[in-house]
Design a protein around this ligand. Structure first.
Ligand code: PGA
Length: 240
């Protein structure tokens, strides 16, 4: 039988969440410098990356032998465009650390062959030996990565139509909602579940309902994050 380690940690504030979560990644890199890390974008992890960069700059650990895989990227947006997740990662993490470019992985949203790109990304994760530690956010509708309600728990990296709620939520990063891409490439739920350990960040009033549902409800594909309850090692940081 698999032992489950599902931990809820309520934080007093955003800084505490960022510190505690980045400390887990720091320990991971200290214990295993060749770690494969899964990263997320969005508002929740901004403080986490800031803290991780600070600790890196103070010399506590290195990324030189690590590899990173991001959860997702929009389809049709140039990696150099400021709203791409490539740009987000450069701005918040990559430009500050010693992780070689060839060891940073994000889906290519400009590919001409989306299906082949999804397969390539999935294979690349497998070739790396699998994700040791995955950072996640949670959508107001319970999405993880861009796996919207209704996504199969068996899904691998795939292309998705973004839910209206998600496009509305992400419109703050674009001139207006119509500018938010309609599609993205995302790790699937099964891809995420294969990470050895998962850390989920949810901060703010607007995430309260999603956290309450995660606590209360059984597993259902209508609420993608619920599948995490079947994972052997998850830590959820939440607060408002
Ligand atoms: P947020 O989004 O970190 O911007 O709140 C998380 C998500 O929607 O997955």
């Amino acid at each position: 039988m698999t032992t489950r380690h599902f931990q809820w940690i309520e934080v007093d504030d955003y800084t505490e969440m960022s510190q505690l979560a980045s400390a887990i990644f720091e320990q991971q890199l200290i214990q295993k410098p060749t770690s494969v890390l899964g990263f997320a974008t969005g508002g929740s992890p901004v403080g986490f990356y800031k803290m991780l960069v600070e600790r890196y700059q103070q010399g506590f650990f290195s990324f030189a032998d690590a590899q990173t895989f991001n959860l997702d990227e929009y389809v049709g947006i140039d990696p150099l465009h400021p709203t791409s997740y490539h740009s987000y990662m450069n701005q918040h993490l990559f430009k500050h650390i010693d992780l070689p470019g060839s060891q940073r992985h994000l889906p290519n949203g400009l590919t001409q062959n989306i299906r082949a790109e999804c397969e390539r990304y999935e294979q690349e994760i497998l070739r790396s030996g699998g994700i040791d530690l995955q950072l996640l956010g949670i959508g107001v509708n319970g999405h993880i990565g861009f796996n919207e309600p209704g996504t199969s728990f068996h899904s691998k990296t795939h292309v998705v139509e973004l839910a209206d709620a998600t496009r509305k939520e992400n419109a703050k990063y674009f001139p207006s909602k119509v500018d938010v891409p309609t599609k993205a490439i995302t790790m699937g739920i099964d891809t995420i579940m294969n990470a050895k350990r998962i850390v989920l960040l949810a901060f703010g009033e607007h995430k309260t309902e999603a956290i309450e549902r995660l606590k209360r409800e059984g597993t259902s594909e209508e609420f993608p994050a619920s599948h995490l309850k079947e994972h052997p090692h998850v830590t959820v940081f939440y607060g408002k």
